[in-house]
Write a protein that binds this ligand. Structure first.
Ligand code: 6BF
Length: 671
């Protein structure tokens, strides 16, 4: 049954929603070939309406930009109704949340982050782009705690180069430069420097320099360029903030000077090195070797295909393998090569094995027995996205009606977008108490440059209001060019909906106990407390969970099959004697499911996840299943109901093979 997600599911296993808002939803996903995590930004074309060109601008920008502090684009996929952008996964979340959690950052830490921000921005400027929406919500942290700049939907590449004036006013009001809110022509680079000044201030103070609930009053403060200077700021950092927050753009420090500012270069012998550390012309030898085996191409052919940089499955596999290698993991594809048009060898197989000497030895003996038609890969031509034919069409009413995920923004926002002919909005004089959500207008105490002590609001009190303020739209002539609607819905990563997303019921057929085999429990038991899903929606979710618990308890097993499970099924006491169970450590059920399927894929099995279960399949040369079994994450029976266990169940195949395969997966998975 095709779903709106069908093409992306050929290459990725989609998981829960990380963030949503505006016209995009971002989901965590696993790349099937490498097992690497990615963030998939899903946009609905119909809902995008007049904003569609901005997506194209964003895609073009992100294809060009390759930098250690810019979020990497791996793949672009398009269907009649949706656009999918596969992006670098940044598990640390937003810098915004990081600052809020710490109130404000110590100067040393702020310096580390700010160097990275300046290097990313200097780099994008040399590539001819201005970001125009720099704010801590658009800086994410990767697993090594490095910042990655996201959201190039508002970026501009002036045709005449970076010296060319721009006129569209965009971004978040609190971070917008005075010349921009005045509707003057402005230089993108100068406006980005101002936003970076606001960002540096927010990092070290935990509130914004210019803040007011009333947008008119906020703009007046920005135009005056007056802000408080808290006493904890060092003289050098105050100097840097002052030169960045110069109202006159011509007196403002430029990026080149910024790279040498004494506060930034403290302890360094040289200016900040903003150059990219990545060179796409040097294709990595190990990645080529691995990919040429998998895709059954000669190394040279493989290099040429990669160098097309089509941002299809090949580009993604290359970048993700390279990531794996950089992190010190084996540069390996986890799925065996399979027979599909994508894999039609251009060279006899013997030729490849000759060329790739040594590598075949690393593959399991039975690798070629595992080839089967259940390939997750399709002909690249079908799904690949040629830059030149990136044509975005409209979907039919039927498709729109059938698509439950199409648009998650509030109705008034949808309407507003459709009416927004000019992409300019003017603050309504009536709109005085409206707060912008994230990207809004934070700030707090300390000295004002004028010497007056003002009351300001910490960042954390300035986030995510539930309903956005109505933003009136200029339809006819746009006399004043002001803010463009805030795109991020601000629902944040932990709405109740996010928690529920992707969870379903795993309902294996009931089997007679006689066919089940026991796994040595003593060897497998790992221990510990079950951890509930983390996050701020914990309380809300907790109460839903309790109610669901009660409901599920009331349901008969047959009803349970069709209901939506919000959490793993609880085993009965008797199950322990009959079933193979491994008790896991303090991981969430979703995490365990993902570990199990990753591990099974490493063992050359084909996996399908459903709810809290994974169905694992081993196939013969003709694709016929030789072994089929289920692994299901369950809550242990009381009094151990705070523990999660993995219950294994054989569906088809030899019991000895089954036992061995289960043990292998359970042992290998990091539980
Ligand atoms: C490019 C937009 C993106 O996201 C958060 C996490 C993981 C990955 C944080 C919380 C679990 C992991 C508990 C918009 C809403 C978050 C960011 C959203 C936009 N363009 C991304 C990439 C997001 C992207 C890449 N990784 N992540 C991400 C974010 N969490 N802990 N706010």
């Amino acid at each position: 049954m095709p779903t709106p997600y069908t093409p992306i599911q050929d290459y990725y296993q989609l998981r829960h929603t990380i963030g949503s808002g505006g016209f995009a939803k971002v989901k965590l996903a696993h790349h099937i070939l490498t097992g690497e995590k990615v963030a998939v930004k899903i946009m609905d074309k119909a809902a995008l309406g007049p904003d569609l060109p901005r997506v194209q601008i964003e895609i073009e920008a992100m294809k060009t930009l390759t930098h250690q502090h810019v979020c990497k684009l791996y793949q672009v996929l398009e269907t009649d109704t949706k656009i999918f952008m596969v992006l670098e996964y940044c598990p640390g979340g937003e810098l915004f949340d990081y600052i809020v959690a710490k109130d404000r950052l110590p100067e040393e830490e702020a310096r580390v982050f700010f160097r990275q921000i300046v290097s990313a921005v200097a780099y994008i400027h040399t590539e001819g782009y201005a970001h125009r929406d720099l704010k801590p919500e658009n800086l994410l942290l990767d697993e090594a705690h490095n910042l990655k700049l996201i959201d190039f939907g508002l970026c501009a590449k002036p045709k005449g180069g970076m010296d060319h004036q721009l006129s569209t006013c965009c971004g978040s009001p609190a971070y917008a430069a005075p010349e921009l809110i005045q509707g003057d022509e402005y230089l993108g680079a100068e406006a980005d420097v101002w936003s970076m000044g606001v960002l540096l201030y927010a990092l070290m103070c935990g509130f914004l320099p210019f803040d007011d609930d009333n947008v008119g009053a906020l703009y007046r403060k920005i135009r005056k360029g007056q802000y408080e200077i808290p006493d904890w700021l060092s003289p050098q950092s105050v100097d840097l903030i002052n030169v960045m927050l110069q109202v006159n753009p011509k007196l403002r420090i430029n990026v080149k000077e910024l790279l040498c500012h004494p506060w930034l270069t403290e302890g360094l012998a040289e200016p900040i090195d903003y150059r990219t550390k990545y060179n796409n012309n040097n294709i990595d030898e190990d990645c080529i070797t691995e990919m040429s085996i998998h895709f059954k191409k000669s190394k040279n052919t493989m290099i040429n295909i990669i160098k097309d940089w089509k941002y299809d499955d090949i580009t993604a596999t290359y970048f993700l393998l390279l990531n794996k290698k950089r992190r010190g993991k084996p540069c390996r594809i986890l799925v065996p090569p399979v027979l599909s048009p994508r894999h039609a060898p251009d060279t006899p197989l013997a030729d490849i094995t000759d060329k790739v000497s040594g590598n075949m030895a690393d593959l399991p003996d039975d690798i070629f027995n595992l080839m089967g038609p259940s390939t997750p890969l399709k002909d690249s031509k079908k799904n690949s996205n040629k830059d030149e034919d990136f044509i975005i069409g409209r979907r039919t009413r039927k498709e729109r009606d059938n698509d439950d995920d199409a648009d998650i923004s509030p109705p008034e926002e949808k309407k507003k977008k459709k009416d927004d002919d000019y992409m300019f909005v003017r603050p309504d004089p009536m709109y005085s108490s409206g707060r912008y959500r994230r990207g809004g207008t934070p700030a707090k105490h300390g000295k004002v440059a004028t010497g007056v002590v003002k009351h300001t609001t910490p960042l954390k009190d300035r986030r995510r209001s539930k309903t956005p303020p109505p933003i009136p739209v200029c339809r006819a002539t746009p006399p004043i060019k002001l803010m463009q609607p805030i795109k991020d819905g601000g629902a944040g990563p932990r709405s109740v909906d996010d928690n529920l997303c992707g969870l379903g019921t795993f309902s294996p057929e009931r089997r007679t106990p006689s066919v089940e085999r026991h796994i040595d429990m003593a060897n497998l038991i790992a221990s510990s407390e079950k951890r509930r899903r983390p996050g701020s929606a914990k309380k809300v979710f907790g109460s839903i969970e309790k109610r669901l618990d009660r409901m599920i308890g009331l349901l008969t097993p047959s009803k349970r099959k069709t209901s939506v499970a919000e959490e793993p099924r609880q085993l009965k006491k008797g199950d322990l004697d009959l079933l193979s169970v491994k008790i896991t450590s303090s991981l969430s059920a979703e995490h365990i499911v993902s570990e199990l399927s990753q591990e099974a894929r490493k063992k050359y099995m084909l996996c399908k996840e459903k709810g809290f279960g994974v169905r694992c399949k081993r196939v013969d040369a003709r694709g016929k299943p030789t072994l089929l079994f289920d692994m299901e994450v369950c809550q242990m029976p009381s009094p151990q109901s705070n523990l999660l266990g993995v219950r294994c169940k054989r569906v088809k195949g030899d019991t000895f093979d089954y036992k061995k395969a289960c043990e292998d997966v359970l042992r290998g998975a990091k539980l």
